[in-house]
Design a protein around this ligand. Structure first.
Ligand SMILES: NC(=O)c1ccc[n+]([C@@H]2O[C@H](COP(=O)([O-])OP(=O)(O)OC[C@H]3O[C@@H](n4cnc5c(N)ncnc54)[C@H](OP(=O)(O)O)[C@@H]3O)[C@@H](O)[C@H]2O)c1
Length: 355
């Protein structure tokens, strides 16, 4: 009789514990959802821009007077895709731009385009730099000398990044491009560390009211992407680096006044040359994505920004923690294999055409 009561009590306790755990998870999930809706859809964008980008309240397309207080924004890989979208937004806000990219022709044409589209942008400087080749200190010294000439650095966008031409097994990728591993490390990781090392002390030194550093990581940093393994790992490195630096800054910021907002942005697929995808419900344009992402400054240190990218992460987390069979990984692998097969087929057809 006693053992039956004990077993019943244990059973009851087990159910109650799970009931509480599930309720906590649901409450946490609902809280995250509400926070997401507030940041990206419910808050007043004008007030937000005024607070974090020192804009006048009168209009979103800023008057020239608001540019006086604004310093420089440094954007790596700013001639295309996400980087270019950041350049456009910051030019619209009246910041001075320092754009670093590989091709001088593209840099010059983007500069003219931005001057034409955003007359409120007072100055744009361009700097040609190939991050895949330049990893030694001596090369970065050249870049540092140019950055030294900027009066005040407000914003650093560590955006530059490269990925695979197509999804591929790690052991086969070097057959296509022998120096691929070095390149991906130099562009995706070294560039972020070096630029942060150059700019962060200056931002702190300048005693400005607030500074912003945005590091572009990827959804693949959280949800491992097979057949994009070294890319996925490089982005995990950037996400982790950003989180560690945030902790250092938090501790340091208690000692000095200026506030540096450091953010890790984790996009899923975005319609750019890198992804080779067209815009759709789950794949936003770079402009839409960046517009949304700027609303999150000051509210969160780490974000996926786009709703479907958040959902992707939630599904991954769900299968990772609550399912014995990780369906997510099975589906992800199948999708990546499909992309690889498609690419190989296309390449075969192209070769046949040439012959
Ligand atoms: N698109 C996506 O789906 C996606 C998803 C997650 C994360 N991301 C991340 O978002 C960032 C931007 O991606 P994106 O899609 O906008 O790329 P993108 O359209 O290919 O643009 C890349 C930019 O970087 C520059 N660049 C490339 N290699 C360089 C090098 N070695 N040295 C200097 N500049 C170089 C390019 O300039 P040139 O044209 O002159 O080479 C271009 O301005 C990357 O860090 C990427 O990993 C993208």
């Amino acid at each position: 009789m006693e053992t039956t009561t004990t077993t019943a009590l244990e059973y009851f306790g087990f159910i109650i514990t799970w009931f509480i755990i599930i309720r906590i998870i649901i409450i946490k999930w609902l809280w995250q959802l509400l926070k997401y809706l507030w940041i990206f859809y419910l808050q007043n964008p004008q007030k937000h821009y005024q607070k974090y980008f020192q804009l006048s309240t009168s209009s979103s397309t800023t008057s020239a007077s608001s540019t006086k207080s604004n310093g420089w924004s440094i954007i790596t890989g700013g001639t295309d895709g996400i980087g270019l979208a950041y350049c456009k937004q910051l030019a619209r806000f009246g910041y001075r731009l320092f754009i670093i990219s590989r091709s001088i022709d593209k840099l010059e044409s983007i500069r003219s385009e931005l001057y034409e589209q955003y007359p409120q942008c007072p100055e744009i400087r361009i700097f040609q730099f190939d991050f895949s080749e330049n990893f030694e200190s001596i090369n970065y010294d050249r870049l540092e000398i140019e950055i030294e000439k900027l009066s005040k650095i407000n914003i650093l966008i560590n955006n530059v990044g490269i990925s695979y031409h197509t999804t591929e097994y790690f052991t086969k990728i070097l057959q296509q491009e022998p120096k691929f591993n070095e390149k991906i490390i130099n562009v995706n990781i070294v560039s972020v560390l070096r630029l942060t090392l150059i700019c962060l002390p200056k931002m702190i030194e300048q005693q400005q009211q607030q500074g912003i550093i945005i590091n572009i990581s990827s959804l693949s940093a959280i949800c491992p992407m097979p057949l994009l393994s070294s890319y996925s790992a490089s982005k995990a490195c950037i996400d982790h680096f950003t989180q560690c630096l945030q902790l250092e800054l938090q501790q340091q910021q208690e000692k000095y006044q200026p506030q540096i907002h450091l953010q890790s942005i984790l996009p899923g697929f975005i319609a750019t040359k890198m992804s080779k995808m067209l815009p759709s419900l789950t794949v936003p344009t770079a402009n839409n994505y960046v517009q949304l992402s700027l609303l999150s400054i000051g509210h969160t240190n780490r974000t996926f920004v786009y709703f479907f990218h958040c959902l992707h992460n939630q599904l991954y987390q769900f299968f990772h923690y609550f399912s014995f069979i990780n369906f997510y990984q099975i589906i992800a692998f199948k999708q990546m294999l499909k992309l690889r097969q498609k690419y190989l087929q296309k390449r075969k057809q192209q070769k046949q055409k040439i012959q």
